[in-house]
Design a protein around this ligand. Structure first.
Ligand code: ZN
Length: 472
């Protein structure tokens, strides 16, 4: 172990601890008290010397030490430590890399991620995963699913290659749109995810049907629309996708060109269609950035949560493999995935001289603008796409949000309250208060002082089950 750094030992230790903990069946109704701890959440700020009591999957008491509260047989010493709400990753894909799927739940929990939004994948397979956890007593994060990406007549993720697995489904017309949403609702999907190749009419039909059924909507801005038109109709927008096209001084001409190309396309793959549109418009649009126009666009998004996935967007500026935490975390990946990713890293190194920073820098800049204009922001990673390790990548995302201009407290909000709010669950999740769900992360240092302290995990509580870091 001498060659392994501190973080690596820690990563392995917590994974081992979690593996052991997952064999223990949680006793429903058991009380746990975390005592003497400093409670930190994005709504209430910092409260020192607290006692937090959980019973089953609820926080039943929060107060100062000495104030009383329910007696508990099981006590966790929180002195000198910091307790935050369980973290969310608001953008993941369990079915993107099937060699990794099985490892994802324990990885997320090891890094304090107790809730995730799966933003695109086959519904039956996703439910199969969730049912399997339940059946086998596996401790896992709360999983919210959208089912497949609702795409246009052509589908970007159509399963044609390993890099484009079948995450999407075709929605060629408004009738199909309404039927698809009704089906997703009847199957129990938690929200819908609209993708980039839908027509304006299909987009409207999807939105109307989801609203009628009370389903939250996540979306990429369709290429046939602009961010200020599509965004306000949805609850969340992903990856800042296509906002640059709306923020350009010549946005009208760009939109007309895209529509002409979309209409003329009657044969071929959705992936290539989208790639062609991005590569012909993205960098010219960023070069034609118009600050006044963009302020207008962003002012239309004040009610739409943005999940910028900076980890993905700013990849060229901030390669994950350059960080010791990432290197250490790869040791917990299945061998086949680790080897494959090593090959990816080697190819990235070879092409590095040609890698363009424009989009990375623009993404970091735009999130700062959004923050200044009061646009709500949530933390999501697109794990496991582009070398994103489940859980580890969320901490990277938090760092990048702070680098863009968010305060540490705003970054914590982005990974706790904001995603809960998307599902109208803010009275249940995202804070440390009586009546909230028992998802917690115990840290060795204050994340409001340095956001990197969210990595200093001493233990995790998931649905009232305490997962200690038992080996140091
Ligand atoms: Zn995604």
């Amino acid at each position: 172990m001498r060659s392994v750094g501190r973080t690596a030992r820690f990563g392995l230790a917590i994974l081992l601890a979690l593996a052991l903990a997952s064999c223990v069946t949680p006793r429903p109704g058991a009380e746990i008290a975390i005592e003497g701890v400093t409670v930190v959440d994005a709504m209430s700020g910092v409260r020192e010397n607290q006692r937090v009591v959980t019973r089953g999957d609820r926080i039943v008491w929060v107060g100062s030490m000495g104030e009383g509260g329910p007696v508990s047989k099981r006590v966790i010493d929180g002195r000198g430590r910091f307790l935050i709400p369980g973290l969310w990753d608001a953008h993941v894909h369990f079915l993107y890399d099937l060699e990794l799927t099985e490892s994802m739940a324990s990885l997320f929990l090891a890094y304090g991620v107790t809730s995730v939004r799966d933003t695109g994948g086959d519904l039956a397979q996703l439910f199969g995963i969730r049912d399997g956890w339940q059946r086998d007593g596996i401790v896992a994060p709360r999983l919210f699913v959208s089912g497949p990406l609702l795409d246009g007549a052509f589908v970007v993720y159509d399963g044609a290659t390993a890099a484009q697995p079948e995450l999407g489904t075709s929605v060629p017309d408004t009738e199909a749109a309404r039927a698809k949403v009704r089906w997703l609702h009847s199957m129990g999907a938690d929200f819908i995810k609209i993708y980039e190749l839908v027509s304006p009419a299909v987009f409207r039909a999807l939105v109307e049907e989801a609203n009628a059924l009370g389903m939250p909507i996540a979306s990429h801005v369709p290429l046939s629309l602009t961010a200020d038109v599509a965004g306000p109709a949805t609850g969340s927008m992903e990856h800042l996708r296509n906002i640059e096209l709306a923020c350009a001084s010549d946005w009208r001409a760009l939109l007309n060109d895209r529509r002409a190309l979309l209409q003329a396309f009657d044969e071929g793959r959705g992936y290539e269609l989208r790639r062609g549109l991005h590569s012909s418009q993205r960098l010219p649009a960023i070069a034609a950035y118009d600050a006044d126009r963009c302020r207008e666009v962003l002012s239309s998004l004040e009610g739409t949560m943005q999940v910028p996935t900076l980890r993905l967007n700013a990849f060229n500026r901030s390669r994950p493999d350059r960080n010791p935490e990432w290197q250490a975390a790869t040791r917990a990946l299945p061998t086949s995935v680790r080897r494959r990713w090593q090959g990816v890293v080697e190819r990235l190194d070879e092409g590095e001289a040609r890698s363009d920073m424009t989009f990375a820098d623009w993404s970091l800049f735009l999130v700062g603008e959004m923050r200044d204009q009061g646009v709500p922001i949530a933390a999501g990673t697109d794990t496991p796409i582009r070398l994103a390790i489940p859980g580890e990548s969320l901490h990277r995302e938090l760092e990048l949000l702070v680098r863009s201009g968010l305060s540490t407290r705003e970054a914590l909000f982005a990974a706790t309250v904001a995603p809960a709010r998307f599902f109208s669950l803010e009275s249940e999740m995202g804070q440390i208060a009586e009546g909230m769900r028992a998802d917690l992360v115990l840290l060795g240092a204050n994340p409001l002082v340095d956001i990197r302290n969210t990595r200093r995990i001493e233990g995790v509580m998931s649905r009232g089950l305490w997962l200690p870091r038992s080996i140091r």
